[in-house]
Design a protein around this ligand. Structure first.
Ligand SMILES: [Zn+2]
Length: 68
């Protein structure tokens, strides 16, 4: 019995640069649920008291030591 195995060169450009990049556009890590604090403009986690100024929904909820 004759084994009919053939080895082919794998084409270099089967997937175009554009298709490759479009596919990989979904591979980036992202930081979820970040939002800009309406009081101080710092990027903070959504639905949480701002650690920078201690504000949440327009009220001071925490006392923050301002040493800077
Ligand atoms: Zn803030």
């Amino acid at each position: 019995m004759k084994l009919n195995i053939q080895l082919f060169a794998v084409p270099d450009h089967r997937v175009s640069k554009t298709r490759k990049r479009k596919r990989r556009s979904h591979m980036a890590l992202e930081v979820p649920g970040m939002v800009k604090c309406p009081n101080c403009g710092e990027m903070i986690k959504a639905h949480r008291v701002c650690p920078k100024c201690g504000y949440y929904k327009g009220e001071a909820k925490l006392e923050v030591n301002e040493e800077e």
